[in-house]
Design a protein around this ligand. Sequence first.
Ligand code: ATP
Ligand code: MG
Length: 567
Amino acid sequence: MKFSKFYAPTTKEAPKDATLPSHVFLVRGGFIEQNGAGLYNYLPLAQRVLNKIEAVIREEMQSAGALEMKFSAVTNADLWKQSGRYAVYGKELLRFRDRKDNDFVISPTNEESAVATMRGKLTSYKDMPKNIYQINTKFRDEARPRFGILRGREFIMKDAYSFHANDEDLKREFDLMEATYTKIFTRLGLNFRAVAADSGAIGGSGSKEFMVLAQNGEDDIFCCEDCSYAANVEAAKRALKTTNAQAPEASADKFYTPNTKTIKDIAEFFKVDEFYTIKAVIKKAIYEDTQKIVVFFVRGNDELQEVKAQNACGALELVDASDEEISAAGIVAGFCGPVGLKGVEFFIDAELKGQSQMICGANEKDYHFVGVSVSSFNDDRFKDIASVSVGDRCPECGGRLELSKGIEVGHIFQLGDKYSKAMNATFLDENGKAKPYIMGCYGIGVSRLMAVMIEQSHDERGCVWSKECAPFEAVIILSNFKDERASEFSSKLYEDAKNIGIDVLYDDRNERFGVKMNDFELIGCPYSIVVGKGLENGKVELICRDKLIKTEIEASGALEALKAKLC
Ligand code: ATP
Ligand code: MG
């Protein structure tokens, strides 16, 4: 491609609201332009990058046996009514009516479409498994679209849906998709982790998010310093916490403990480590048609993880309980403990199960129990509800857990029969019995990936693309447009490079060298050959965009040099 024929409107101006490098450089580099809040046009440079990202995704999905298709982006709202999501999806779902007053949505995701496509057609267990996918436009009316195409309202997603006759087969496909995503993100040159995620709202039994580790990420994830364990803060686990501190000695005796309402007070009162205390966190749990007070007990030096807690009690939301609500529930604030607690729903952190020599509230003003064993409770009271903290130990290898920032680029779910059951999509199993499909779904944020790559790889001058996804692999820069010899040499080098399959841009524009160089640095293609004055002595310059390393090379070896780097 000749730059003189290309369209890449580069600019010095960054958008006023652009705070992230990817946003700044994709706009300044002429990749994208804004068209409204969270709406972007992908200009030719961006389209080239998207094509390359999509090609990697297609290749790996196809080699995993998934079938590409395309759903209409506009979906009949009836399908969303059948699944029940029309009522609960909220304002992110863009709903509208056509001229005949029928309800429609612009798909934010396509579980309903996928079920409807297969319903009545995959009728036997013999027809399964099937995995269908598309790369298509999505729309979510995000409350705060931001960071350019990282969080747009319209964006491009690769979404896949798989159909199975049983859970084991779903698990097999889920593992295959995890391996496939690992291949995709590795090929795209990303520093990522597959993290255990909370799959609360979407349902299903297992879910993993693929997080690219990036300073500007919005998600918090714990990563082990020694092994590949990583998890979202809401789903993080750890090896059992231990201490060298001395345990208090008593056998479930009740002590008079005036003015000891906090964990700190009680630890000081008994001169013990907070490790040996039990903290009560009292919340009001909101359900669809009711609300109630729920108490969560965690170790004194732990915090409650609210998402885990919400999953534990199955509430739609947890809010703080007022003093009045707490006493109305019969709870003695400051002295609440699991032993003898009556008439209130409560859960105990699973790590406390079987722990002895603990101190907890006696459910009586100014009294605590000391030397309690946490053993005489039903198993279903014990749930993982404590927050993991920095420095806790990895559940897999015992290494130190560190907190990192991540950007979600992919998400894989074991959905089970959530959608097929609601939409009455069944098949006949080996015994001729009708059963709902067992499903998985697997998403990748294709347009987000383009921004993530720049978040991970840029410098103060612009983008630094990997050769796999760069809009062009190399740029030949003719430094002086009027120099005929240089022009002739550049044209020939351009043709030769094209002929051996290099994706090359020839900057033949009638522009100053400085302008061409700035554009090369801003757009960020991996290599450049600068054809300038040195040609008189048979030399050209090879520039490697990463770290801007410049080497003078023989002009006659320029093609070979590119070939060595790119082919
Ligand atoms: P997030 O937590 O970032 O809002 P999500 O969990 O809602 O994402 P999914 O429903 O799992 O997203 O969608 C699959 C993928 O689509 C995500 O992993 C992400 O990469 C991408 N994606 C989701 N929302 C957006 C958006 N507003 N703009 C760009 N990409 C998005
Ligand atoms: Mg997600």
